[in-house]
Unconditional design. Structure first.
Ligand code: ADP
Ligand code: MG
Length: 721
């Protein structure tokens, strides 16, 4: 399936195939993650200039850009200034008036504008009194007989690449691929859902013929994003439901439960009963345990592990980060030890010798000698980790792994029971997409005595009061988290524009008008200077895991008072003494993410607070305001997730819920899907994907489709054969 004939041009062909794309431009493209023709075509415009909206000079809007059809009235004149600067100047008119047009440092344009020639100019019209002028407008020769495209794509750019170049390359890619292009989506689905063809969609998303064709193109591409995602997710997690799993019939947990310092909640009991029932049969369990942060999923995982080991099988628990794996290990290993079972920790930082020892113990054929329990990170997936008697595989906070890694672990142990734990409450419509056919247990009850984390939304003008509040919390013995969206200052520069509504006529801002991002490293420094008597440290994802562990350990032991970090602390870590969570640039975070962050505090006896700080002192805009209000008034993770879905749309929601591991694999990403109404496209696409797989599980009758799913989802060809 992977061999390609030499001359065949596909989405996988490199961009260097295009005329004019050499080393330099290819490396500029690489900076934006564009390597193949497919990547280029999926570099969708972030907005469109509505050049088809032609006005008369006198009706040009006071704000924003517009298009004008003007006839050149005077010969362009070059004016030289000091320091090698110059400008070109001429007058042009329409029926309503005349306008001065100026280009800076572009003398070579002099011969482009002979008097009497007609152009469509696009730009901002300045007006002073009765005089009009335009500076450096976009110009296109105009005749009455040949119409110009009404919309022009605006792309996200990088140094060394102009919009013109991108548009030209996109056009070239479109025509190269058009020759080889067959639509992978079955025609009957296209008809059923009123979708346009792929080639129409690809052309019109970049070069819309009209507003209607743009809407059609977008609908098709959004459908595709969901459709392929659904297919890929379902196919990669298709559990082999055949018998062969170990029956764990000894399911008396009395001794284990007696060792716990608390009684289980009703919801925990129900979840453990579900697990007992599943594991007692020889059909492999494939269950997802969903519950809000702090609801107590870990103890359910431990109970499941006990079920495996007391039936002579092995159990593995995989966490998404080393910090979390260590924490699980520190919490659970002593408990298991007390009950007579050894447990090892296997993470990237584990020494080679220790890894070797653990692997040997895990694969030891003698029941008495082999290691029954292991906790770790994706290091558990690495070659050479074999279980002699696999019984149960658990992945914690699985949205951090993505379906792909989860599939890997369970594929390796096809006959083991599988338990997935997630703290992201997923609305029903999306749960189907993300979790396919996993059975669901929901923990909808908090352990007793949990307090509500009082939540406030403030802006820069509260900074002094906030600093005083930090100081007060620390002096009273508490600890503080500060979460920043960036690691270093310069990240601000390459931060993207928000994706403006594609069909919106709103003028594009010249530069990002949003307040700058707070950066963890420099902000930690600033806070340390402000509070010399307290210890401030920072933590971010680019640090070595050893360094991160030391910081996290010091924080959990109370040696650090203020921990400034990126969202690396989002998942799962438990520091009961932390009582204040400050989120900087809170306007940049999704609701579910804010909720996760808030869940880091309020885990102990201390009264806890969450302060959401928006950048700047201006009002943050309606959407952000609505988000922050939801956070202030809602504490139920599911209600928040539903709001998140409505406010951000399924694309963004899924992208953040499935995280980088999935997103970065082969272009699987929700680039277009973002509006709330896309939920209905999502529902359609998911239903179609399921129906198709129900009748043709390996897509044998749809080889093109299989191929496309494989490309976008990076699934082993073994899964689709
Ligand atoms: P999460 O579901 O977010 O993984 P944890 O399993 O980390 O939550 O549990 C959060 C905290 O609640 C832990 O300190 C744990 O010991 C405690 N806990 C769990 N279940 C109970 C219970 N039934 N009663 C009291 N405390 C509990
Ligand atoms: Mg947890």
């Amino acid at each position: 399936m992977n061999e390609k004939p030499d001359l065949c041009i596909t989405y996988d062909s490199p961009v260097t195939l295009l005329a004019g794309v050499g080393k330099v431009r290819a490396s500029a493209y690489a900076k934006m993650g564009i390597f193949t023709l497919g990547d280029l075509l999926r570099h969708y415009p972030r907005a469109y200039e509505n050049r088809g909206d032609v006005r008369l000079l006198t009706q040009a809007p006071a704000e924003g850009k517009c298009a004008l059809i003007l006839t050149v009235a005077t010969e362009p004149r070059c004016v030289r200034l000091r320091s090698h600067k110059s400008f070109l100047k001429f007058r042009a008119f329409d029926d309503s008036g005349s306008c001065e047009i100026v280009y800076f440092n572009q003398d070579y344009l002099k011969s482009t504008f002979p008097t009497g020639s007609v152009f469509r100019f696009y730009g901002r019209v300045e007006r002073s009194g009765s005089k009009y002028s335009m500076a450096s407008p976009v110009f296109e020769p105009w005749t009455e007989f040949a119409s110009l495209p009404p919309f022009a794509a605006v792309y996200r750019l990088t140094e060394g690449l102009s919009a013109k170049q991108i548009a030209k390359d996109v056009l070239a890619a479109l025509s190269l691929l058009a020759a080889s292009g067959t639509d992978p989506l079955p025609a009957f689905l296209r008809e059923k859902r009123g979708l346009c063809t792929l080639s129409f969609a690809e052309r019109n998303i970049h070069l819309p013929e009209s507003r209607e064709s743009l809407a059609l193109a977008r609908k098709r591409l959004v459908y595709d994003e969901f459709f392929y995602f659904s297919l890929g997710a379902a196919m990669s997690q298709r559990a082999t439901k055949s018998a062969g799993a170990p029956k764990c019939e000894n399911n008396d947990l009395t001794v284990f439960l007696g060792k716990l310092p608390f009684a289980l909640t009703g919801a925990q009991k129900r979840a453990i009963d579900d697990i007992k029932r599943d594991m007692a049969t020889d059909i492999p369990m494939s269950r997802i345990l969903v519950g809000d942060v702090g609801c107590g999923k870990t103890v359910c995982a431990a109970a499941a592990m006990m079920l495996a080991v007391q039936n002579g099988r092995q159990a593995a628990l995989m966490a998404p980060t080393e910090i979390l794996a260590r924490q699980h290990y520190a919490d659970l290993a002593p408990l298991f030890k007390e009950l007579g079972y050894d447990c090892a920790l296997l993470i990237g930082a584990t020494s080679a010798a220790e890894k070797k020892r653990i692997k040997a113990l895990l694969s030891n054929p003698h029941p008495a000698l082999r290691l029954p329990l292991v906790i770790g990170t994706h290091a558990l997936l690495s070659d050479g980790v074999e279980f002699a008697a696999p019984g149960l595989v658990i992945t914690d906070e699985q949205h951090r792994f993505g379906a792909r890694q989860r599939a890997l672990l369970s594929e390796k142990n096809t006959h083991a029971h599988l338990l997935v734990m997630s703290a992201t409450p997923i609305p029903r419509s999306l749960a189907l997409v993300l979790y396919g056919d996993l059975d669901l247990s929901k923990i909808d009850e908090m352990p007793p005595g949990r307090q509500r984390v009082d939540t406030f939304a403030v802006n820069e003008s509260y900074r002094a009061r906030l600093n005083a509040f930090i100081d007060k919390q620390i002096r009273e013995g508490g600890q503080v988290y500060v979460v920043c969206p960036a690691i270093e200052e310069q990240e601000n520069a390459c931060d993207e524009f928000p994706l403006y509504d594609l069909l919106d006529n709103a003028p594009l801002p010249e530069k990002d008008p949003r307040p700058p991002l707070k950066a963890a490293i420099s902000y930690a420094k600033e806070l340390q200077e402000r509070f010399p008597q307290h210890r401030v440290a920072f933590l971010h994802g680019k640090m070595k895991s050893g360094e991160k562990d030391v910081i996290m350990q010091d924080f959990s032991e109370g040696k650090i008072n203020v921990l400034v970090s990126t969202t690396v602390i989002e998942v799962g870590v438990n520091v009961p003494n932390a009582c204040l969570m400050i989120v900087e640039n809170a306007e940049r975070f999704g609701l579910s993410q804010l909720h996760q962050l808030r869940g880091r505090v309020g885990r102990g006896k201390r009264k806890s607070y969450c302060v959401l700080v928006t950048g700047g002192t201006d009002d943050v805009g309606e959407r952000s305001r609505a988000r922050l209000d939801t956070m202030r008034t809602t504490y139920d993770g599911y209600a928040i997730a539903e709001q998140d879905l409505i406010q951000r749309g399924p694309g963004d929601f899924l992208a953040s819920a499935s995280d980088g591991s999935v997103r970065q694999s082969g272009g699987l990403c929700f680039r277009l899907a973002d509006a709330g109404e896309d939920v209905s496209i999502l529902t359609d696409a998911t239903a179609d994907a399921r129906a198709l797989l129900a009748s043709d599980g390996a897509l044998k009758n749809h080889p093109l489709l299989a191929r496309r799913v494989q490309e976008t989802f990076s699934i082993d060809s073994g899964l689709i054969s």
